[in-house]
Design a protein around this ligand. Sequence first.
Ligand SMILES: Nc1ncnc2c1ncn2[C@@H]1O[C@H](COP(=O)(O)OP(=O)(O)OP(=O)(O)O)[C@@H](O)[C@H]1O
Length: 501
Amino acid sequence: MTTKTCTRFCTPLAGVRKTSASSKLTSGTESKITPSAAVQHKKIPTTTTSSNDSNIETTFTFKLNRDTVGSDVISSESSDPLESDCSEETEEENLQQKQLQHDKKKIQSKHFSSNIRSSDSTTILSIDNENVTDVDEDTEDDVVDLTNNDDSDKSDQDDGNESDDEETDDESDESSSVQTAKGIRKYHLDDYKIIKTVGTGTFGRVCLCLDTVSEKYCAMKILAITEVIRLKQIEHVKNERNILREIRHPFVISLEWSTKDSTNLYMIFDYVCGGELFTYLRNAGKFTTQTSNFFAAEIVSALEYLHSLQIVYRDLKPENLLINRDGHLKITDFGFAKKLRDRTWTLCGTPEYIAPEIIQSKGHNKAVDWWALGVLIYEMLVGYPPFYDEQPFGIYEKILNGKIEWERHMDAVAKDLIKKLLVNDRTKRLGNMKNGADDVKRHRWFKHLNWTDVYNKKLKPPILPEVQHDGDTGNFDDYPEEDGKPVKVVDQRDLQLFNEF
Ligand SMILES: Nc1ncnc2c1ncn2[C@@H]1O[C@H](COP(=O)(O)OP(=O)(O)OP(=O)(O)O)[C@@H](O)[C@H]1O
């Protein structure tokens, strides 16, 4: 057992990332990025945490589980909930180095979580729910169940969505028959020709592929099973896939098929060729009210839908918002999403975007998404998030303190909406009161909108990505391909962990 701590912090990295979309921006306010705007939202390793939420200066205890089987449990005590494991073990270091490069390249917001995967981290947090006893019951749908083990509690997350028609007994793991709009299709991994990596994460990559059967481009998320197990992300990945299978919305990424072989898990999505909203925002500096309003409206539509299915998304930020060829949004990365039957306690999110109740380990619900929407609207309009500090703990202090600096010429109506979303008391937070999302939709900042038109993509997109063809990767960075790298085959026992995948 080792005890070690280190602090992961947000460093201004503007300019480091190749701004592949810079020349492709067709609208938006060009302005110089201020140092504070050059925020890199670092993804923080997952840990175990407990806290006394009655005290704002919460003390967090971390138990960093390194291995899945017979794990070394690393504990550290820290006043910073984002302190991470800085192991000197070679494997760990290598991965961290790899991830550091990945981070620098992407200048991407990174999140932390308990029991959650983390792309620039090799450690996993698992929340110590036994220590979570302080649960307030301030909203109607917060039915408290102290036996809930959040993401580690698989039974709580199963959505019963295993469809009988998806797999037949005589099919191998890598193939399955699925009912599609055009009839039953027998999918097989060999149907997909991998073209290029367009994104990387902690234990895998996302590649542009050609579906040789439909002759359509798609995105294949490939997760190395050994890494998923080592980082204790089994339930999370299964959760991601189960939720994705359940949902269908114009502004949410569509999962077409998922499968596994003896080395990897695979998820096939529609390919969103415009790249990340994050890139466009950083290149523009900030967005106009009109542009911000357009993207916010599409997100409200998606959140309303997800919440109607009791799904809390928990990772709203510009990096997870992809722009399609038609200029409309697709929310991606459901790695932190959770189907709620009650409140959940997992410490997860991105420092700049997390709600106070997450920091205070009060148990949280869909209200955290409305908080994050307030942060996002602010960041789109101002160019940097409302709560920012070089150190995560500084960010949390600011979030709990609730003081927001407003630009002098800020749109007053947008400011009013942001203020109503960034309300510390979630019972008074817009979106989380008895009228739910309707309160947000009826706010004056959205009063010109017809929400059916929003859903039907009738609004004119403010940004049209420059795309030559459906398989264009020009809006994504280049990543080294890992051809020839030995792949780790997992044994049957481990593979069984993913039986339903
Ligand atoms: N359907 C898609 N079409 C195009 N690009 C995509 C798609 N899905 C993901 N990407 C790209 O791949 C990147 C990584 O995807 P995603 O966030 O789902 O993976 P992840 O392993 O969860 O990553 P991380 O660990 O950084 O959260 C995204 O930031 C995005 O740029």
